[in-house]
Design a protein around this ligand. Structure first.
Ligand SMILES: NC(=O)c1ccc[n+]([C@@H]2O[C@H](COP(=O)([O-])OP(=O)(O)OC[C@H]3O[C@@H](n4cnc5c(N)ncnc54)[C@H](OP(=O)(O)O)[C@@H]3O)[C@@H](O)[C@H]2O)c1
Length: 277
């Protein structure tokens, strides 16, 4: 039987790493877009040593659309796309711009997901029971989104930029549902607070305290991976397409996220940023 194709961003660390191993172990063909060549080589060795071959890595920094474009060109050759998981995310406490002058939280956490999804949408649509998962966060409720000033021209705040990007993930997810509900199953997800290294690369974060709190109180990455795995594979979730999940339960997202005018504006502006519409 032909293997199902899973496309996955953010599979080289955090709960994504547990999820990636689970997919490959369970016989799916996983296409992983990842930026770090050392991690890519390490994981390739890990799978080869176990005689597991159903994976492909595509090296790309998601902050740069031209790097992602190369992966997209290759992925367009697939016959089907059964699941697309937009999981990669980062926190930039200090403002960083990509080579096109766009703020990186916006690009990595949202625009790259939009770009990949829209570029592959025809393939996803023609695959029976296909699913798209957008990994968001409950912090979208704290967003202060200004679509006229994506780059924070006045004063940058990394946490607000992160919260905004997580709202964009949900606005995007709901828009996909409005347009493609008949042909694609799609979910926006807050995975819970997880014991990963997320945000630890930011020097100003009180790293030790965060690490201890995470160890004591946060969810295990392997448990989150199991939950997301079931959203990707279990038939029962086909009845919940278009929903927002918090801690593996259908939940209500912020009032703003349901605003169709915002969903439409974000979609239009995203096409404009990428100059593909
Ligand atoms: N941890 C939490 O408590 C929590 C809570 C709510 C939502 N989330 C969301 O869950 C998702 C996964 O988070 P996590 O906790 O597993 O964090 P993580 O361990 O930091 O994983 C993030 C993943 O995104 C990838 N990534 C980041 N920037 C990238 C770039 N420029 N190009 C390509 N890949 C890039 C990372 O690649 P590298 O391995 O190369 O760094 C890594 O695979 C994120 O979207 C996050 O916002 C996390």
């Amino acid at each position: 039987m032909k293997k199902k194709n899973f496309i996955f961003k953010g599979g080289t660390s955090g709960f994504g790493l547990n999820l990636l191993k689970k997919f490959v172990n369970n016989g799916f063909f996983v296409h992983v877009i990842a930026k770090d060549n050392i991690k890519i080589n390490h994981l390739s060795d890990y799978f080869h040593k176990r005689d597991l071959k159903s994976f492909n890595f595509y090296q790309a920094d998601l902050a740069e659309a031209n790097e992602l474009s190369k992966s997209i060109l290759q992925l367009k050759n697939l016959n089907t796309i059964d699941v697309l998981i937009n999981n990669a995310g980062a926190l930039f406490l200090k403002k960083e711009l990509n080579s096109k002058g766009l703020e990186k939280t916006f690009v990595v956490n949202y625009l790259s997901h939009f770009f990949l999804t829209v570029s592959l949408i025809d393939l996803i649509r023609k695959t029976r029971n296909s699913r798209i998962l957008n990994i968001s966060s409950w912090v979208h409720e704290l967003a202060k989104l200004n679509l006229n000033d994506i780059n924070f021209s006045e004063r940058y705040n990394g946490v607000v930029a992160y919260n905004n990007s997580k709202l964009m993930n949900i606005l995007f997810s709901y828009k996909i549902n409005r347009v493609y509900a008949n042909s694609i199953n799609n979910y926006a997800i807050h995975p819970g607070w997880i014991n990963t290294n997320f945000g630890n690369y930011n020097q100003s974060a009180p790293r030790i305290l965060v690490k201890i709190a995470r160890f004591l109180f946060a969810k295990k990455p392997s448990n989150v991976a199991n939950e997301i795995y079931s959203l990707c594979t279990n038939e029962k979730y086909l009845n919940f397409s278009g929903k927002y999940f918090e801690k593996h339960q259908v939940a209500k997202s912020s009032n703003k996220s349901y605003r169709e005018d915002l969903q439409d504006e974000l979609w239009r502006k995203s096409l404009n940023f990428l100059k593909i519409g």
